[in-house]
Write a protein that binds this ligand. Structure first.
Ligand SMILES: Nc1nc2[nH]cnc2c(=O)[nH]1
Ligand SMILES: [Zn+2]
Length: 512
């Protein structure tokens, strides 16, 4: 009989956020984690396993050595959940690093729209998307929320590539029927809707892949009204009707990114123009009036939210994609992530390429830390005079957790935002976002060493602690250096649902 490995066993250091705990994460220097090759689901995890006891642990779980492949992590390597990018624009990858002097609306007109228009050419789209998605995967992103362009065929190609490469993701075609250049605008709300419906049908008919026992599709469609400015009321009305007819359909859009954008939005949608709206318009109120603000809506930016919008977003249980690289780069401002977390609003990270100049969630982590330090530095001397902070203090009196408003984000919170927080925003936290029994194995093997095994992170190269066995604190030290100084050179393996789909090892044909 042919030998069929039914499980893969990973043995080494493991770090993972834990649901409900933003202040600490699990760091296990000697863990064994078992994944079913059939389903890609984590079967069991054992802590404190010494190499000499590995066989016994396997036997305890009824696994014979000959039925399992064993991936033993090397010194300096550790497992962590895959990164979740809750907001990026695949057709803007060719623009990374250009148009860096403009604010949002000028940057869209001068830099973004001309490039996106090129995706009318399907051959160009195929080439650009193949390179973009490969790069995003190799940076450790296992789930990605993609904006395509307004083109149906080009966006189908994007979905094909994400599907073919085995990444988990949401793919949407931009809806934009006004306030866009004549060379890059949809002819009518009706056309925009028809193309959107066609894309949804197309993505839902992509084959579900080799995991017949885990049939939920890795690639899903997402409704993508670009932002309120680019959509007529007719278009938002029909998108809202489509969303109402399909509660499972995820929605993504931009909100409250830039001061001029907000003013323009309010001028386009006076209260009298909004169904059921009597009070003064807010940006979130516009989406809500059209039925586009709900528990599977992903709102990118949320830099300048009014208090009433924060309440509305919480009420609707929509999620926020925090995109700090883009927010600094386009001079938009900085989101008050701590206030959102204190409210219990779902928050993840987004690269927002090419408003953001990096496709790596690690860069977003670094800038999320800096954004929170800017918030802390600009907080009033007595944070308790800040109304939302006062509220938060009350909200937190029942636990020992201090409020996040006005304080810099801890390392554990940054790791959370990059992984489990993103999964919550995408409503995927029951499947991915942390390394837990019963979840699908979307994971990375990160390393503080290069291909030749030499330490390659600042500081680590001077230390002597990544030779072999590491303790919990050393592991946490490696994680912090990785989050702040790491990049794609430190991403060895990228797994989605148990399958190796990228990273240094994958690119070397599994040989390194
Ligand atoms: N950052 C960003 N904001 C937007 N608002 C509308 N379109 C865009 C875009 O492409 N990038
Ligand atoms: Zn964006």
């Amino acid at each position: 009989m042919n030998k069929i490995d039914s499980t893969t066993l990973y043995y080494g250091s493991l770090v993972t956020p834990v649901a409900g705990s933003l202040e600490s994460y699990k760091a296990l220097p000697k863990a064994a984690l078992c994944v079913s090759n059939d389903t890609g689901i984590i079967q069991w995890i054992e802590e404190d396993v010494h190499a000499s006891g590995l066989q016994d642990v396997m036997l305890k779980h009824g696994i014979l050595a000959e039925d399992a492949s064993i991936v033993e992590l090397k010194p300096g390597e550790f497992l962590l959940p895959g990164f979740i990018d809750t907001h990026t624009h695949a057709p803007q990858v060719p623009n990374i690093g250009s148009g860096q002097e403009d604010e949002l609306l000028n940057w869209l007109a001068k830099t973004t729209f001309p490039t996106e228009a090129k995706f009318a050419d399907v051959a160009f789209a195929r080439k650009a998307y193949a390179s973009a998605v490969r790069r995003i995967i190799d940076n450790g992103t296992t789930t990605c929320c993609y904006y395509g362009t307004l083109h149906l065929e080009g966006t189908k190609v994007l979905a094909d590539i994400v599907h073919q490469y085995g990444q988990r993701g949401f793919v949407g075609k931009c809806n934009m029927d006004r306030n866009s250049p004549e060379y890059y605008v949809e002819p009518s709300a009706k056309e925009s809707l028809l193309r959107t419906e066609e894309l949804i049908t197309y993505i839902r008919s992509l084959p579900s892949g080799s995991h017949a026992t885990t049939p939920n599709a890795l690639v899903q469609p997402v409704l993508t009204p670009r932002f309120a400015i680019s959509c007529t009321s007719d278009l938002l009305t029909s998108l809202g009707e489509l969303a109402a007819s399909d509660p499972s359909l995820t929605i993504q859009t931009h909100i409250s990114e830039n001061a001029s954008e907000i003013a323009f939005t309010k001028s386009l949608f006076p209260p009298t123009s909004l169904p059921g709206q009597t009070s003064e318009t807010t940006y979130a109120g516009v989406y809500d009036a059209f039925g586009l603000l709900r528990s599977n809506t992903i709102l990118a930016h949320a830099v300048h939210l009014e208090d009433s919008e924060v309440e509305l977003i919480k009420e609707r249980n929509a999620g926020i994609s925090h995109c700090p690289t883009s927010n600094f780069n386009l001079r938009s401002g900085w989101a008050k992530v701590g206030v959102l977390l204190d409210k219990g609003i779902k928050v993840g990270l987004g690269t927002d390429v090419s408003g953001g100049f990096s496709p790596s969630i690690l860069t977003a982590v670094q800038h999320a830390s800096i954004a929170s330090k800017v918030v802390a530095l600009s907080a009033p001397p007595s944070a308790s005079t800040h109304p939302s902070s006062q509220e938060q203090t009350q909200a937190h009196t029942s636990t020992s957790t201090p409020p996040f408003a006005n304080r810099q984000l801890p390392i554990a919170t940054l790791l959370y935002l990059a992984t489990l927080g993103g999964a919550e925003v995408c409503n995927l936290a029951h499947r991915v976002g942390s390394l837990e029994v019963g979840k699908e194995f979307d994971a990375l093997v990160a390393s503080v060493r290069d291909d030749a095994g030499n330490p390659n992170l600042w500081g680590i190269d001077l230390e002597d602690n990544v030779k072999g066995d590491v303790g919990r604190e050393e592991l946490q030290g490696m994680v912090e250096r990785f989050l702040f100084c790491g990049d794609d050179r430190n991403i060895r393996r990228v797994y989605v649902r148990g399958k190796l789909i990228g990273g240094k090892v994958w690119n070397a044909g599994g040989r390194v």
